[in-house]
Design a protein around this ligand. Structure first.
Ligand code: GAL
Length: 419
């Protein structure tokens, strides 16, 4: 149901329809969505208000908040080289993004030669990484940043331009550690048909024995529901196939990832794939929605555009400190879709200090008012809050519910602090 009018009467009507839909058991157009009935919503803030009890067993001490950084794939695919990586590290620092928490500079596919050396070691591609990966890691480390690399739990990577690590896990993990690698993205191509549940833990073990803490990012595209088993295996796990730089792909992926919300914890995160913000395929409103929902869902915030030449709008989106703070909140609970009325959605999740993050997301074609009722977002109905608008950078005091007018494909994001 697309609501263009912003008149108070329509707003009031919408509010009552939403409320009564719940009281009557929610069989109208407005629905409380999976795992988010009124009573569970009320419980979730209290339930999750303890960080220590929610640590994962992998226990490599990494990714206690979602990883932040940059990855080469979304913008450059196989066109990467050492100068691009160095310039990206330079831009990360000079733009101010590094100071906001973006720390990983991650090479994706195509950084290595197709053949290993005579001792079976992976070798950096001579034409594009002539100085080698160790020198690159040293450069990135000198900037105060970390270097990530990419391999595959199969015989070759997805580009088929370099080997995978299947059967060579220990040797490759040692190579990565000796180069000073801080992060491994581990893909799923050419995998001989064995279950990822067998292939990925081999690399977990190899990394743990490599002598260096290396964040382990599983990329098996959500094929075998990694949220249900990867918490002991890696620090993040892709829940979907690849994101494309368009609205349909981004929204579809957001929904697919949402299904696994309850499995995310400090040390182990659902990964709905890297950011497309700044790559040109979506409007500013759509990119604002993309970034806000990824932040709320505690997704890794891995920038996927060319940060050497990003425009001011892209920088403004990626550098919103208040939105980043929601993503990096120490409570580490993934926010989720708690209410849906046609194309109008409320996403929410608890934050530390009894605060609540809320995104009012208009996925429809017309401007509309969207209301979050306290009962849907885990607050008692009498609670008075200060609602901080994270994109407008303004605050208001409200009670019972929060209503805002939201443009088509745009969102408003708030942090509510109870008085
Ligand atoms: C895909 C992966 C992408 C990218 C690509 C490289 O399998 O999902 O994120 O890494 O391979 O070939």
């Amino acid at each position: 149901m697309a609501l263009s009018p912003s008149s108070p009467s329509v707003m009031v009507l919408l509010y009552f329809v939403l409320s009564w839909t719940f009281l009557l058991g929610g069989n109208g157009n407005g629905v409380a969505v999976a795992g988010a009935s009124r009573s569970t919503a009320l419980r979730f803030a209290a339930e999750f208000d303890s960080v220590s009890s929610r640590r994962v067993l992998l226990n490599n001490g990494l990714a206690l908040t979602p990883p932040m950084g940059w990855n080469s794939w979304n913008h450059f695919q196989c066109n990467l080289n050492e100068n691009l990586i160095k310039e990206t590290a330079d831009a990360m620092v000079s733009s101010g993004l590094a100071a906001l928490g973006y720390e990983y500079i991650n090479l994706d596919d195509c950084w290595a030669e197709l053949d290993r050396d005579s001792k079976g070691n992976l070798v950096a591609k001579a034409s594009t990484f002539p100085s080698g990966i160790k020198a690159l890691a040293d450069y990135v480390h000198r900037k105060g940043l970390k270097l990530g690399i990419y391999s595959d739990a199969g015989i070759q990577t997805c580009s088929k331009k370099m080997p995978g690590s299947l059967g060579n896990e220990e040797q490759d993990a040692k190579t990565f550690a000796s180069w000073g690698i801080d992060y491994l993205k581990y893909d799923n191509c050419e995998n001989t048909g064995t279950s990822p549940k067998e292939r990925y833990p081999k690399m977990t073990k190899a990394l743990q024995q490599s002598g260096r803490p290396i964040l382990f990012s599983l990329c098996e595209w959500g094929q075998e529901d990694p949220a249900t088993w990867a918490v002991n295996v890696g620090n993040s796990w892709r829940t979907t196939s690849d994101i494309q730089d368009n609205w349909i792909s981004m929204t579809t992926i957001a929904d697919q990832n949402d299904k696994w919300a309850s499995y995310a914890k400090p040390g182990g995160w659902n990964d709905p794939d890297m950011l497309e913000v700044g790559n040109g395929g979506m409007t500013t409103a759509e990119y604002r929605s993309h970034f806000s929902i990824w932040a709320l869902a505690k997704a890794p915030l891995l920038i996927g555009c060319d940060i050497r030449s990003m425009d001011n709008i892209t920088m403004k989106l990626l550098s919103n400190k208040e939105v980043i703070a929601v993503n990096q909140d120490k409570l580490g609970v993934q926010g989720k879709k708690v209410y849906k009325y046609g194309d109008l959605e409320v996403w929410a999740g608890p934050l530390s200090g009894k605060r609540v993050a809320v995104v009012l997301w208009n996925r429809g074609l017309w401007r509309a008012n969207i209301t979050a009722s306290w009962s849907d977002i885990g607050l008692c109905s009498s609670t008075t809050v200060t609602a901080r608008d994270l994109w407008q950078h303004s605050s208001q005091v409200v009670q019972h519910h929060l209503t805002a007018q939201v443009d088509s494909h745009d969102c408003k994001m708030f942090v509510l602090t109870p008085h």
